[in-house]
Design a protein. Sequence first.
Length: 528
Amino acid sequence: MSLLRIRDLDVSIHGKPVLDRVSLELAPGHVLGIIGESGSGKSMTALSIMDLLPDGSGMSGSIELDGNDLTGLSERQMCDIRGRDIGMIFQEPMTALNPLRTIGDQVAETVRIHGGAGRGEAARIAGDMLERVGLPREKFPPTRYPHELSGGQRQRVVIAMAIALQPRLLIADEPTTALDVTTQAGILRLLRRLVLEDGMGLILITHDLAVVSGNADHLAIMRQGQVVEAGPSDKVMRALRHPYTRALFEASSHQPDRTAGHVGTPLLEARNMVRDYVTPRKGLFGAHGTFRAVRDVSFSISHGESLGLVGESGCGKSTLTRAILGLEPLQGGSVHVDGHPVEAGQKMPKDLRAKMQVVFQDPYGSFNPRHRVGRLVTEPFHLLDNPPKGAERKAAIDTALTDVGLHPDDADRYIHEFSGGQRQRIAIARALIIRPQLIILDEAVSALDVSIRAQILDLLADLSGRYGLSYLFITHDLTVVQAITDRVMVMQAGEIVETGRTEEVFANPQHEYTRTLLAAAPVLEMSA
């Protein structure tokens, strides 16, 4: 018997169709993976099940839960079903959690509102649920606030909220997109265990075929509001009947056409870098402590070389980036840029800083939405002694936009008018406009759809070949590192624990932590 049955679901928003005759089915104790890129209709399908569509929406078709049609229920009736019969896990836990309330209170609130329990009973259930998702009381007391937890721990709190009343159906919308590989593997194992223990149905929504292929019993591939291919996971992965399914598979394992960087003179050298942070006082009259985020780190990047830096959240990758760029002071060691040293305590000169640029994970968050693209991409001009002006400035903007596959006319548009992939191209244009020698990419493709990620990697490979650029790829996505780097460094707890040629490290990892990362990474393979 089916737990969830969707038949011929059509959804439009202000008259514009967003879902077209979507039909899906899910049995108790099974996992349905819904895969597709941004705009394919994945999340809109989930919101339709929850009856949380935006204003101006129209819907037809049927959505049955245990044989009961949900489409004709009132808002009051749906409120009784949400949380109790259907739980939902959202992609970004910090936006799903209230930063002003403790994690225990937030889980207990679900129990009180949807389960009708009293305060004491709700608090007890909340503690039990947090224990169940791997947050034991002795280590993670319910009195903690969301900001005191890591990204993976916050996602576990959101899962505890969703399963607090043991719903029959759980919907997980991109629950692992921004998580590192070991945390991602832990969350997926947790979700699978909950399905087996409670016999509930799970809808796992993602844009990454590799994440879901080994965790779902059935797959549904969505494109432009339609289900273009569906069936048991092994059959879908064996046949890849639809061209779009094949395209997703190929993009997930895409290898850019690039020339390996040569080992020549070093462009960047880090020597015994140390970065400490001051920690709060212990007690009213206690002394401040220190936390060492970067511990005696040394490495080099040659001209034209691509170097990967991998590690879990909190290992010190981003702190190391800021120290290299001179955005944070060093307490020990030095950075050498093209042979020019910057010792600990010294400020990096503008001419050395101009040799390095950075591309961040969230392109929208790194731009001022009030400014047009033409102004945004010229922000690095402040590092030049004589920045171009007038016609020369416009020519530089046109060239930078053209280099990344955009049109010069895009300079007159605002950042909100572009897609995620286009915004990342604009971020690369901004980094490229002053012709740096090194570009640092801090999780620059981790949030992109797989086909867009493949396009950006191709673009970066092309730019490296044309301009002799060096790259430092900082990421938790091992497939990206394997695709586009010459060497890789593995970072754990502020230290570089392994380094070597990328193919050698992946084929024969020497450090136990490296083996753990590789074992946790999702592997996409066609079924035999």
